[in-house]
Design a binder for this molecule. Structure first.
Ligand code: ZN
Length: 188
């Protein structure tokens, strides 16, 4: 009842104001996603799959990270996983209540699982991942009543830029592999 009244109260402020707030929020989401995209580009420069993430808490960027799976030889070194660990270190608490995680690609099961465990408020992601996405595509870990935490998800923010980075990276890598194959002496 209370929730409903609160909702009605918000509606009472007029659609115009709510729309303006939503617009402002969308602009901020695009801005923070830009920082995550910068991280993704840094990953590509290191020969890593270009995925980047930032964690924002109370309007402040508290962590930024990119995929380091190859360099660290670590299957858990996904951008958003590292960013959440860094955020917890920076804030000095494991509960990331009040935090939003921005990541260029839809999180996998492991990272979405950490989002549940870290009790984040919100995840904003860019491109969907049909092969492993766990926030709406293959699974939806964000709204599963069997788990002890639910969080808001916004998808598709600057998705095309994120997808383009990935496409370019894999295309270059395939070209490199082809050249290597051609350079090898033919076996007799
Ligand atoms: Zn992941």
């Amino acid at each position: 009842m209370l929730a409903q009244r609160a909702e009605n109260g918000q509606q009472g402020r007029g659609v115009g104001e709510r729309e303006r707030q939503a617009e402002c929020g969308a602009e901020l989401d695009e801005f923070y996603m830009g920082l995550a995209l910068d991280e993704a580009r840094a990953a590509a420069e290191e020969g890593e799959v270009p995925i980047g993430a930032v964690v924002v808490c109370d309007g402040e960027v508290v962590a930024r990270a990119h995929n380091r799976r190859e360099g660290d030889a670590d299957p858990a070194a996904h951008a958003e996983f590292l960013a959440m660990e860094e955020a917890a270190g920076a804030l000095g608490r494991w509960r990331l209540t009040g935090c939003a995680v921005y990541v260029t690609l839809e999180p996998c099961l492991m990272c979405a699982g950490l989002m549940v465990n870290a009790r984040i408020d919100r995840c904003v992601y860019g491109a969907p991942d049909p092969k492993g996405g766990a926030l709406g595509t293959l699974y939806d870990v964000s709204h599963d009543a069997r788990l002890n935490h639910e969080f808001a998800v916004v998808s598709g923010v600057r998705a095309e830029e994120s997808a383009e980075l990935l496409r370019r990276f894999f295309k270059r890598r395939r070209k490199g592999a082809d050249r290597q194959a051609q350079a090898k002496p033919e076996s007799s």
